[in-house]
Design a binder for this molecule. Structure first.
Ligand code: GLN
Ligand code: ZN
Length: 755
C-alpha cells in the first residue's frame, strides 16, 4: 500500500523561496544563489516526504514561479516578446511571469489567472495557430536526476495534454485549440520517453479539467490522446482533483492508464462510482487527506471507510492527499505560539504526510499499540471540538426567520428615504475605502504589534492619520467620505483577529502566485463578535465632518473564502455565522450614527462551484448570507457593497438579489462593457462603475473619466450612477491619489454641468 504525495509546497517553511526570489529580482543575489536555494528546498521537502514513508518522490511540484509555466517552458511555449534569442533561461520565465527580469528586454507579462477554484494563480500559456512544440527546458529532467542522486525513486508530476491545452489561451487569429493536440501529444510522447529512459516508473499525469463540464469534442479527445501517450510512456497515474469526475466515469474507465487518482475529500461519493470500473491490475490512489485545508484528519473514521476497499484492492490501493499540498501551509512545528487546543486540531503539509503514514498503520496493523494510540488521539480531538462548541450561535441561527433577511421596504422606497436624508448630488463621488498605506502607517502598526508602541499612543497616532485623510477628502470635494482603513493590515485578517472562533498562525503561509503568499485566518469554532470591531474608527471619522462617512466592513462570503474553514459543519452554516457577526457590527454602526455602511464582497464570485449545476445552490446561500449581514438597518441607512472583478453576465440575478442600495465595481479597463450585464438585466439599484484604474500608477485625466461615465450613462440611467475608483487605494501613494481624485471630482462637476 503505497503512500502517494501529489506534490509539496515549494515556498519553504519560512518562505525561503519568496525571499530568495525577491532578492534575486532586486539584484541582491546571483542566479546561482537562487538556484542553490531552490535545490536546498527541494532536498529538504523530499527528505521530509521520504521520512514519512513516501516511496516515489514528486518532481515538477517545485517551480521558481509556477508549475504551469515550467511545463510551458519545457514544451517551448514561450511568447515571442519574452524571448531573448532561441534559448530559454530562468530570466525568460521571469519575463513571462513578471514582464521583466534582471536580464533581457521588458515586455507585458503573461496573463495570470486562478487555478480552478483555488486561490493559487497560474500563468496562462499563449498558443498560436501554428504553434510548434519542442523540449526546450531541462528542469524536470534535472530534478529527476536529483531525486535519484538522493537514492529515491522520482515520480514526475505534470499537467496532462488536455488540461494544458484547456488552460491555455489562443493568440492572434482565433482557432480551435484542439487542432494543436496531435503536435502537443508528439512532444508529450518525447517527454515521457525521456522520463522512461531516466528510469522513471510512474508519471502523475494530471487532468483536473475532468472535474469540469466538458464539451463533447474535449471529452472525445481523451481516448485517442491517452492511447497515443501510453505507447512509449512509464506507467501513468491519471490524476484528478478539486471535484468529482464521476460525470466522466465511462470515459475515464476506458483510458489505458495504469492508475487513477481520485479526490475523495471534495467528492468522497465518487469512490463508489469508480470501484466497480477499475481495470484489472489498475491502481487506485485514494486522495483522502485534504491537501487544501489545515485540519488534522479523523484517521479513525477514514480507516473504517477504507477497510473494505483495502480488502478488495490489496496492493493496488494507494493512500494519497486529495490534491497537491501546494495549498496548505508547510510545517506546524514552527508554530510555537499557538494555543494547544487549536494546535491539536491542525496538520500542515509536513504533518499530512505523517497522517498518510498513520492511516497506513491503521489499515495494516489495526490492533497494534501505535494504531490504538492514533485512534485515541482522534477520539480526544472529536471530544475537544464538541466541548468547544458555542451553542448560543446555533440557537441564534435556529431562531432566524425570513424577515431577518429582508430590509423593511423595497429599494425604490428606501431610495427616497435615503435621498431625503443624505441629500447627495446627482452622480455622487466616493472612494472604495482604503487610502495609501504609507511607510509611516505600516511602521505604526508594526511597532504596536511588537509592543513598542502603547495602545493609547497608537490610537492617538491613527486618529491623526484619519484626521488627515478626512481633511484631504474635504479639500478634494468628495461627497461621501471614508475613514481610510489605516488600522487594517488586511481586510480579512483585521476582522478575523477580533472574531471569536477564528485563530491565526505566525507562519501559515500559502503561495498565491510567484513570491506572493497569503496567511488565511483559521475558522476553527463557532463564530461570533464579542465586541464592536470598527465602530470607534467610523465614529471618530464622522465626528470630523458633516458629510457622510461610510462605515467599512468585509462581508461574510469574502471572510469565508479567504480563510481556512472548519469542515465539521457546512460552509453555508459557517457563512451564516459570519453574517450574524457582521450584522451585529452593522447594527452598532447604525446606532452610532453612521448613515452609509459598505460591506465588501470581492470574493463573492470565487466560491462558484466547478460545475454549473451546483452554482444556484451556492449563490442562494451566499446571497442569503450577505442579506442577513445587512438587512437589520432602517430604510434610510444606505448599504453599499463592492466587488472588484469583471464578470457579471452569469451571476447578475444573484447580484441583484443581494439588494445592496449601491454596488461599486471595477470597470475602468473594460471601457464600461461589463455594465452590459446590468443593463440587460434592468438592474434597479445604484451602481458606481470604477473610472480610475488603481492598479496603474497613471493619473487619469478629467476627459478620460468624463468619457467613461458617458459610456456608463448609455447603459445605466444617470440618476442611478455614482463616480468612484475601481477599488481601494491602499497600494498607491498620495502623490498619485490626490491628483487622480481631484480629476475624478472635476469629472463629476463637468458631467453635472452638462445635465
Ligand atoms: N474596502 C477595501 C479597500 O478599499 C476593499 C478592498 C477590495 O475590494 N479588495 O481596500
Ligand atoms: Zn476591490
Amino acid at each position: 500500500m503505497q503512500l502517494n504525495s501529489l506534490g509539496f509546497p515549494r515556498i519553504g517553511r519560512r518562505r525561503e523561496l519568496k525571499f530568495a526570489l525577491e532578492q534575486y529580482w532586486r539584484g541582491e543575489i546571483s542566479q546561482q544563489a537562487l538556484l542553490e536555494q531552490g535545490q536546498r528546498l527541494r532536498r529538504q521537502h523530499w527528505l521530509w516526504q521520504a521520512e514519512a514513508g513516501v516511496e516515489q518522490l514528486p518532481v515538477g511540484d517545485f517551480a521558481f514561479y509556477d508549475q504551469v509555466l515550467t511545463l510551458a517552458a519545457t514544451l517551448n511555449v514561450i511568447p515571442e516578446r519574452h524571448r531573448d534569442g532561441d534559448a530559454i533561461d530562468l530570466d525568460t520565465l521571469f519575463r513571462v511571469a513578471r514582464g521583466r527580469a534582471p536580464t533581457g528586454k521588458s515586455a507585458a507579462a503573461a496573463e495570470m489567472t486562478k487555478y480552478f477554484n483555488t486561490n493559487y494563480h497560474y500563468l496562462v500559456p499563449e498558443l498560436h495557430r501554428d504553434q510548434q512544440f519542442a523540449i526546450a527546458w531541462q528542469q524536470l529532467f534535472d530534478e529527476v536526476e536529483e531525486v535519484k542522486a538522493l537514492g529515491y525513486d522520482p515520480k514526475p508530476c505534470l499537467l496532462g495534454p488536455l488540461s494544458f491545452l484547456y488552460l491555455s489561451k489562443t493568440q492572434g487569429e482565433p482557432f480551435d485549440k484542439l487542432s494543436l493536440l496531435p503536435a502537443l501529444l508528439h512532444s508529450y510522447g518525447e517527454l515521457l520517453a525521456r522520463f522512461k529512459a531516466q528510469g522513471v516508473a510512474w508519471v502523475q499525469i494530471e487532468e483536473p479539467i475532468l472535474a469540469l463540464d466538458l464539451d463533447k469534442d474535449w471529452q472525445q479527445a481523451f481516448a485517442p490522446a491517452y492511447e497515443a501517450l501510453s505507447q512509449a510512456a512509464p506507467k501513468l497515474l491519471l490524476t484528478s482533483y478539486y471535484g468529482s469526475i464521476a460525470h466522466h466515469s465511462a470515459l475515464v474507465a476506458a483510458l489505458p492508464v495504469a492508475g487513477l487518482h481520485l479526490d475523495l475529500v471534495s467528492a468522497p461519493e465518487q469512490l463508489d462510482d469508480f470501484l466497480p470500473l477499475l481495470q484489472s491490475g489498475q491502481v487506485l490512489s485514494a486522495g483522502v487527506i485534504n491537501g487544501r485545508n489545515v485540519w488534522a484528519a479523523d484517521l479513525d473514521l477514514l480507516a473504517k471507510r477504507l477497510v473494505p476497499v483495502a480488502d478488495a484492492l490489496g496492493e493496488r490501493l494507494w493512500l494519497g492527499s486529495s490534491c497537491s499540498l501546494l495549498h496548505s501551509p508547510v510545517d506546524l512545528d514552527v508554530e510555537t505560539a499557538l494555543a494547544p487546543e487549536l494546535r491539536q486540531q491542525l496538520a500542515f503539509a509536513k504533518q499530512k504526510l505523517h497522517e498518510l503514514n498513520e492511516l497506513q498503520q491503521l489499515l495494516q496493523t489495526p490492533a497494534s499499540e501505535p494504531a490504538r494510540a492514533i485512534i485515541e488521539r482522534c477520539k480526544a480531538r472529536r471530544e475537544a471540538k464538541r466541548l468547544a462548541a458555542d451553542t448560543a450561535v446555533a440557537r441564534r441561527i435556529a431562531a432566524l426567520s425570513q424577515a431577518d433577511f429582508e430590509r423593511d421596504s423595497e429599494f425604490v422606497l428606501r431610495q427616497q428615504q435615503q435621498q431625503a436624508k443624505l441629500r447627495l448630488p446627482l452622480l455622487p463621488t466616493t472612494t472604495i475605502g482604503s487610502f495609501p498605506q504609507t511607510a509611516a502607517i505600516r511602521s505604526l502598526r508594526n511597532r504596536w504589534r511588537k509592543g513598542e508602541l502603547a495602545e493609547a499612543e497608537y490610537r492617538h497616532q491613527l486618529q491623526q492619520v484619519t484626521r488627515d485623510s478626512i481633511s484631504r477628502q474635504l479639500k478634494l470635494g468628495l461627497d461621501v467620505l471614508v475613514h481610510g482603513e489605516a488600522e487594517r493590515n488586511d481586510m480579512v485578517e483585521y476582522f478575523g483577529e477580533q472574531l471569536a472562533g477564528v485563530g491565526f498562525t505566525k507562519n501559515g503561509w500559502v503561495q498565491s502566485y510567484g513570491s506572493r503568499c497569503v496567511k488565511p485566518p483559521l475558522i476553527y469554532g463557532d463564530v461570533s463578535r464579542p465586541r464592536p470591531m470598527t465602530v470607534e474608527w467610523a465614529e471618530f471619522a464622522q465626528s470630523l465632518t458633516d458629510k457622510p462617512v461610510k462605515g467599512m466592513l468585509t462581508g461574510p462570503v469574502t471572510l469565508l473564502h479567504w480563510s481556512f474553514a472548519r469542515e465539521d459543519i457546512s460552509r453555508e452554516t459557517i457563512c451564516t455565522q459570519l453574517a450574524l457577526a457582521i450584522r451585529d457590527e452593522v447594527a452598532d454602526l447604525e446606532a452610532a450614527g453612521i448613515g452609509i455602511i459598505q460591506i465588501d464582497e470581492p470574493a463573492f464570485r470565487e466560491g462558484l462551484p466547478l460545475r454549473r449545476d451546483q452554482w444556484q445552490h451556492y449563490l442562494d446561500w451566499a446571497v442569503a448570507s450577505f442579506k442577513l449581514s445587512a438587512a437589520c438597518v432602517r430604510d434610510e441607512t444606505q448599504i453599499h457593497t463592492h466587488m472588484c472583478y469583471s464578470e457579471f453576465n452569469d451571476t447578475i440575478a444573484a447580484i441583484a438579489a443581494m439588494d445592496a442600495d449601491v454596488i461599486t465595481i471595477e470597470t475602468s479597463r473594460s471601457a464600461m462593457e461589463l455594465l452590459g450585464a446590468f443593463e440587460a438585466f434592468d438592474y434597479p439599484n445604484e451602481i458606481g462603475p470604477g473610472v480610475y484604474d488603481i492598479h496603474s500608477p497613471n493619473i487619469p485625466d478629467v476627459a478620460a473619466m468624463v468619457a467613461l461615465m458617458e459610456r456608463a450613462a448609455q447603459r445605466i440611467p444617470l440618476r442611478q450612477l455614482w463616480i468612484n475608483p475601481d477599488c481601494g487605494l491602499k497600494t498607491r501613494s498620495w502623490d498619485e491619489v490626490e491628483p487622480a481624485l481631484r480629476n475624478m471630482v472635476a469629472a463629476g462637476r463637468e458631467l453635472r454641468r452638462r445635465c
